[in-house]
Design a protein around this ligand. Structure first.
Ligand SMILES: Cc1cc2nc3c(=O)[nH]c(=O)nc-3n(C[C@H](O)[C@H](O)[C@H](O)COP(=O)(O)O)c2cc1C
Length: 375
């Protein structure tokens, strides 16, 4: 790939601009996408996790969104190697991650996660905990593999997210991201196929959004007013790639408006290919529509700098490098504000510094091997 001087300075100009999310100023527009790595035995992020994140902060990533980390509810997870966001040792591990990322000049938010009906009973870290979700229905439609949440369960989970957010602020994180995407608990409420409730948490799009909005409000109530709350959501689900929450901008607005009103400062619209238009009659992608409908700063994501989407990566496949011209065009038009990068940053910790310096031709292609190690 040949990169001309003017293309290089255009890239730097667009991506190097600082941005403010509520009370947080991020030094540039590059976000590290949340990526589950499972290198935290006992749920405790250790020294290797510290250096993994700090290395990317030192090399120019403006904002790191950590891998999904379980909130303090027994049914939240399914692995003993995914970092937890509760417990003294676990939070002490996270505090050191924050310290190192800050020392490297970066900013960092944890992605707070509850997997809901994706859990299988008997899995760690709390083997006895049942799978729970809005209606006890899995994303693939299976019924009977878990429990519909009682009001008590709803209150407990809302409380767990609020506690995690308060802990995040206490130990020095710069904000939080709520994982409302990909078919996990919050998304199971948003999606009509997995949410069949008739108690005010199910029904139309606004009712299905109520649980997520109550979590946002509970978080907002326990953190400082300038502490940024980011909400990640998606149309697609891990086990249903073609699923959609909204077929029209109006349907999308019905979901996003209550979340924005509850106190979301920025949205992270997860797509697999950022260049695809989300609805008919407009070139805007999902992040573009999100910004247009809510007025909030928005993060885009999906195969940035690559030519193959990340499902190939989960199958162990690589991806060639792709141009980011389309991304820069969209940012110049103010379609969205920030760009999250996943696999390309796993493969090449120097990705951000190379791109910001206009040396995109030096970025390493993604070969899939980076998934297996933490470096
Ligand atoms: C190994 C791996 C783990 C991931 N884990 C998470 C996660 O914990 N939370 C999340 O919201 N998305 C997760 N994702 C999705 C990424 O955040 C991102 O949206 C996706 O990889 C597309 O970006 P990319 O094409 O730049 O890789 C994961 C992706 C990969 C490849």
């Amino acid at each position: 790939m040949i990169v001309t001087q003017s293309a290089a300075s255009r890239t730097a100009e667009i991506l190097s601009r600082p941005i403010t999310l509520n009370g947080l100023t991020v030094p540039n527009r590059i976000v590290m996408a949340p990526m589950t790595r499972m290198f935290s035995p006992g749920g405790v992020p250790g020294d290797d996790v510290r250096s993994y994140y700090a290395r990317r902060a030192a090399a120019g990533v403006g904002l790191i969104v950590t891998e999904g980390t379980y909130v303090g509810h027994p049914s939240a997870g399914q692995s003993d190697r995914v970092p937890r966001f509760h417990g003294e040792e676990q939070l002490a591990g996270w505090a050191k991650v924050v310290e190192d990322v800050h020392a490297a000049g970066g900013t960092i938010v944890p992605q707070l996660w509850h997997i809901g009906m994706v859990r299988n009973q008997g899995e760690p870290p709390y083997a006895d905990a049942p799978a729970v979700g809005p209606s006890g229905i899995r994303v693939d439609g299976t019924e009977g593999a878990g429990q519909a949440m009682t009001q008590r369960d709803l209150d407990d989970v809302i409380g767990a997210f609020a506690e995690a957010a308060a802990a995040a602020e206490r130990i020095g994180f710069d904000g939080i991201e709520l994982h409302g995407a990909h078919g996990y608990l919050l998304d199971q409420f948003l999606w009509e196929r997995t949410n069949r409730r008739d108690d005010g948490y199910g029904g139309d799009a606004v009712a299905r959004t109520r649980f997520a909005a109550e979590i946002v409000a509970a978080v907002r109530a326990v953190v400082s007013s300038d502490f940024p709350v980011i909400f990640r959501y998606s149309q697609w689900k891990q086990e249903a790639y073609d699923a959609r929450l909204a077929e029209t901008p109006q349907e999308l607005e019905a979901i996003l408006a209550p979340l924005a009103a509850a106190g979301v400062d920025a949205f992270h619209a997860s797509t697999r290919r950022y260049w695809l238009p989300e609805f008919d009659d407009s070139d805007l992608n999902l992040a573009g529509w999100t910004k247009k409908l809510t007025g909030r700063p928005t993060i885009t994501v999906g195969s940035v700098g690559l030519d193959g989407d990340f499902l190939r990566a989960l199958a162990g496949k690589g991806a060639e490098l792709g141009s980011i011209d389309n991304l820069l065009d969209r940012m110049e038009r103010d379609e969205f504000d920030m760009v999250a990068v996943g696999r390309a940053l796993l493969q090449d910790p120097e990705w951000a510094s190379k791109v910001l310096a206009g040396r995109i031709d030096e970025v390493k292609a993604y070969d899939g091997a980076a998934l297996k190690t933490l470096s």
